[in-house]
Ligand binder design. Structure first.
Ligand code: CO8
Length: 258
């Protein structure tokens, strides 16, 4: 990760803090970003020490969208490939076995909001601004924004944002459920780290399973999802299991030793 030009990663207490650093272009997503993000996701997914990832942007943007300068000359075929590539990157980010928190420091527009939506939950600075402005450019979203937005905020809110390209502030994003918390700008990283630390202190297998099962809820029917839940629930019981230690610790009025 030391040779990365756009993404910097700092690992502390099992938390990987990833910062997107291309502030001169408001962190717009170019091919190099996707190359680096693919490599980063691959590396972090294989690191057993990592329990949570926090992703943020440097400067006044989280990410102001896909890089328009790089996209403008693409042919239809190239456009499809560029979109598909980004979709796959965001999908592998979403499928990381541990929770990923978006700490949204400023503009999260177009591909930037799509990136934030591929994270597990979103904490916003009061300075954050959100939008899907693709129709202003005669485009649709290309990184699954039309798919994730209605799942997160419902059809009406999604179509409102997608068809009007209206930019909304952090309070409105909170109201419609696009973000889970809004904090003072200076508190964004501290609060995201505090939440990440809460997760680090839980049973790591339980957290992984909760992520997997909850994401499955949107992709499967209730009966299938419930059966899957029972299997995972059961797998946390038994001698020397995480569940056994967690429950014993509760009964013995002590902290679990995981
Ligand atoms: N791409 C490339 N460069 C950008 C982008 C972008 N998305 N956004 C900002 N920049 C650049 C500007 O061109 C400017 O560069 P320069 O200094 O060289 O002129 C620099 O960043 C600073 O930007 P501004 O001067 O515009 O800053 P302001 O504070 O005045 O405005 C805004 C901030 C409102 C965020 C404004 O920059 C803006 O509207 N940006 C574009 C937002 C946008 O339309 N985003 C959606 C892009 S499309 C998209 O994301 C589709 C995703 C799916 C793609 C699928 C692939 C096929």
């Amino acid at each position: 990760m030391s040779d990365f030009k756009i993404l910097t990663t700092e690992i502390r207490n099992g938390i990987a803090v990833v910062t997107i650093k291309r502030p001169e272009a408001l962190n717009a997503l170019n091919s190099l970003f996707f190359e680096e993000m693919d490599r980063l996701v691959e590396q972090l997914s294989q690191d057993p020490e990592i329990r949570v990832m926090v992703i943020t942007g440097e400067g006044k943007a989280f990410v102001a969208g896909a890089d328009i300068a790089e996209m403008v000359s693409k042919t239809a075929l190239e456009g499809t490939a560029f979109g598909r590539r980004g979709q796959q990157t965001f999908r592998s980010l979403e499928l990381l076995p541990f929770p990923v928190i978006a700490a949204i420091n400023g503009f999260a527009l177009g591909g930037g909001l799509e990136l934030a939506m591929a994270c597990d939950f979103r904490i916003a600075s009061v300075k954050a601004k959100f939008g899907q402005p693709e129709v202003n450019l005669g485009l649709t979203p290309g990184y699954a924004g039309t798919q994730r937005l209605p799942r997160l905020v419902g059809l009406g809110n999604a179509l409102f944002l997608l068809t009007t390209a209206e930019m909304i502030d952090a309070r409105e994003a909170l109201r419609i459920g696009l973000v889970q918390k809004v904090v003072e700008h200076e508190e964004l990283i501290d609060e995201s780290m505090r939440l990440a630390m809460l997760i680090v202190q839980k049973g790591s297998q339980a957290v992984k399973k909760v992520k997997l099962l909850t994401r499955k809820a949107l992709e499967t029917d209730l009966e299938t999802g419930s059966l899957l839940e029972s299997d995972h629930f059961g797998s946390l019981f038994g001698e020397n299991s995480e569940g056994e230690e967690g429950m014993k610790a509760f009964l013995e009025k002590r902290k679990p030793k995981w």
